[in-house]
Design a protein around this ligand. Structure first.
Ligand code: 1HA
Length: 270
């Protein structure tokens, strides 16, 4: 596949192929652990993905084939968060999680090797997860002095059920790809050599589907779980569709023409 670089970064690769944007963590020496800069680069790439009409599907993955992501880089964990060059401790991966959740396009995780800790949560918040046979999943928080009680707990529980989610967090065990598939943590398991082919194929399939239908569905799936923020997304999409209608345009035009709007001529549905 002829992946073209969209933008150069230090910690990630950001590429595009046939409308599929690929964000790949490129710190294989630490199993693709993220530092604040890594996350900021992913956030920047996600802004691009949101704005670009050419990007239709996003894939998160990790370079090297041995790790998707091993979570926050423990070597820069300081007093109150992960510390970057500005010396400020941050938990900015939480902002990235919200972007993955709210971008109105499908986001896939392609997991080869370790998806651990905050790296595991990253795949959990993606719409879809495809695992290579060498994938290993788990949370480590209670072992290393951390926890993610946001999507990392509540959405995980929605995916695998309350009992399993509590087991994953309380025991900090690791699970292989087949176990992940069996508990509904991933959508599919493929041989490592076939991972790229698989996610490109899923991407191509979704690109053939109606973008607006996928957008509505993503916000609909989110709405129930995400409270007022989820309803806001779904309602925002409803407003977008309403603005496309003649009835809504009549309201705006009447205002600009300083007359009363005439909504009578528009269809009324039962
Ligand atoms: O919980 C949160 C958050 C919660 C709320 C809000 C924000 C959050 C943000 C982040 C996080 C977290 O991610 S906490 C959890 C952090 N991650 C971990 O606890 C996983 C740490 N890594 C491991 O347990 C293991 O490395 C491994 C099970 C993934 C793989 O084991 P393996 O195959 O034995 O490799 P290992 O030798 O351990 O790792 C290879 C190299 O990568 C090591 O470096 P070296 O000794 O060769 O110099 C290792 O230190 C490094 N490495 C791996 N993971 C990390 C790491 N270095 C820094 N941070 C890491 N996370």
């Amino acid at each position: 596949y002829d992946w073209k670089t969209i933008k150069e970064y230090e910690d990630i690769l950001f590429q595009e192929f046939e409308g599929i944007a690929r964000i790949s963590i490129n710190r294989p020496r630490v199993h693709n652990a993220f530092r604040p800069q890594t996350v900021n680069e992913m956030i920047d790439a996600m802004h691009y993905c949101r704005e670009s009409p050419d990007v239709r599907v996003i894939v998160f993955t990790g370079e090297g084939g041995k790790a998707f992501c091993s979570g926050g880089d423990q070597s820069v964990r300081g007093h109150g968060g992960y510390v970057g060059e500005d010396t400020v401790p941050r938990l900015n991966v939480l902002d990235l999680q919200k972007m993955i959740r709210s971008i109105p396009k499908p986001v896939m995780a392609a997991v080869a090797g370790w998806a651990i800790g905050g790296g595991h949560v990253l795949h959990v918040v993606c719409d879809l997860s495809i695992a290579a046979e060498n994938a290993r999943f788990g949370q480590t928080g209670p072992k290393v002095g951390s926890f993610d009680g946001g999507f990392g707990a509540s959405y995980l529980a929605r995916c695998v059920g309350q009992k399993k989610a509590r087991e994953i967090w309380y025991l900090c065990d690791q699970y292989d790809a087949q176990e992940a598939l069996d508990m509904g943590l991933v959508n599919k398991v493929v041989p490592l050599e076939g991972l790229e082919e698989e996610y490109v194929s899923w991407g191509r399939k979704m690109i053939k589907r109606s973008p607006m239908a996928l957008r509505m569905l993503k916000s609909a799936f989110n709405a129930e779980l995400d409270g007022q923020a989820g309803i806001q997304e779904l309602a925002g999409n409803a407003t977008l569709l309403y603005y496309l209608s003649d009835e809504a345009k009549e309201g705006k035009e009447a205002f600009l023409e300083k007359r009363d709007p005439d909504f009578e001529k528009y269809p009324k549905f039962p």
